[in-house]
Design a protein around this ligand. Structure first.
Ligand SMILES: NC(=O)C[C@H](N)C(=O)O
Length: 384
């Protein structure tokens, strides 16, 4: 193949980003050697795993954007996107087919096992997933699968039957992102509505709109425009991340129960007691009212409980979407020297929202970490 032929390929299929970036080289260097030509026989192979969600849903009219049902397979979804044969080889599998609100421990572990197995065989993974709990799955995978290969989650906010459904474009972009060499070493990604975010921090910010995923504070890491993948930074993974090497075939009933309690004015302390005892919880996450703020009487109640349960961690997170809970916001009592002392088992969430704290705490407890080790892990995430 001579370099002229490469230019023809670019002109013929501008959707292919690997060829587009090659075209830039070609135009700037007409003496480019044959060694640098894209090898169409050696494209990356991307595995697409279907799990359901709105992207796989159908309504009964073009304007219906609520009350639809999951009704499409991953094969149906792939049929609806443009040809990608010049970008990557595709392989696909239906792992689940659910609204993501139905994803519990068993389903999460099934998906985890599948990704863990497939990441060894493929150059990248794309997961179609409901947006409601996508950030939880992304966080779990980021914390359990150590790889430089791209794992990209995508979904949609409009069902496949809606006018201007966002699913096909999001799936198309996710596959191109997974096949792009610059996507390596960036951890688990979430790609929706042209934005690329890190699954570790990204969160669903709007219950209805297409532009729902926000990488609050930590920012998006890239953008997808006119079939080009743009990253703003070199590859990096979240600071202080701890990988949990889980054993195969975990029994979901052995997965620790960690409730989240949402704080509000007039919060009833009995809720804490009822949840902890009623669920045989192994820890608790509080969505506090501000940067760790709970009423004094609630903190006292928790302190009393923690005195008799030294191995019971309580994470102080926040109901506000942005910002963080620093160590300095933890409730403190006063020791004999009148110096403030933090409650031993109270742990600051840093930047993690309650649902991500819950997963991290479950992983820590399942792995047998002590409260002081768990504290270090949470602290390490924000550079403390
Ligand atoms: N947009 C969506 O995907 C929402 C849907 N309820 C889900 O999470 O499965």
């Amino acid at each position: 193949m001579d370099s002229g032929a490469v230019y023809d390929i670019v002109a013929e299929d501008t959707r292919d980003i690997s060829h587009q970036s090659f075209a830039v080289k070609y135009r700037s260097n007409s003496n480019i050697s044959d060694k640098e030509l894209p090898d169409l026989n050696n494209l990356p192979t991307i595995k697409v795993l279907g799990t359901g969600g709105t992207i796989a849903s159908k309504g009964t009219s073009g304007h219906q954007t609520a009350g639809y049902k999951v009704d499409l397979t991953i094969e149906n979804l792939l049929d609806g996107i443009p040809d990608l044969s010049r970008t990557c080889n595709l392989n696909y599998e239906q792992v689940l087919n659910l609204d993501s609100k139905e994803i519990g421990t068993s389903e999460l572990l099934i998906l985890y096992e599948k990704v863990k197995e497939d990441i060894k065989k493929y150059n990248g993974i794309v997961i179609t997933h409901g947006t409601d709990t996508m950030e939880e799955t992304a966080f779990f995978l980021q914390s359990t699968i150590e790889t430089d290969k791209p794992i990209v989650l995508c979904g949609s906010m409009r069902p496949s039957t809606a006018i201007s459904s966002d699913g096909p474009m999001n799936l198309y972009q996710a596959i191109v992102i997974a096949a792009h060499r610059e996507s390596r070493g960036r951890g688990v990604l979430v790609a929706l509505n042209d934005r690329i975010g890190t699954g570790f921090y990204i969160t669903k910010s709007n219950a209805n709109s297409l532009d729902t995923f926000k990488s609050i504070g930590q920012g998006y890491i890239g953008n997808f425009v006119n079939n080009e993948v743009h990253y703003y930074f070199p590859p990096a993974k979240p600071l202080g991340i701890v990988y949990f090497n889980l054993p195969p075939k975990i029994n979901p009933s052995s997965w620790p129960e960690i409730p989240i309690l949402y704080a509000h004015q007039g919060f009833n302390n009995k809720l804490i007691e009822l949840t902890i005892h009623g669920l045989e919880a192994k820890g608790l996450v509080l969505a506090t009212m501000g940067a760790g703020s709970m009423a004094e009487k609630t903190n006292e109640f928790i302190a009393k409980f923690l005195k008799d349960h030294e191995d019971f961690p309580v994470i102080y997170s926040k109901r506000s979407m942005d910002g963080m809970v620093p160590n300095g916001s933890l409730p403190s009592s006063v020791n004999v020297n009148n110096e403030p002392v933090s409650f031993g088992n109270a742990i600051a969430s840093g930047y993690l929202n309650p649902q991500k704290c819950r997963i991290l705490l479950q992983l820590c407890i399942y792995s047998g970490f002590s409260v002081s080790q768990i504290k270090k892990i949470f602290r390490g995430l924000y550079g403390g």
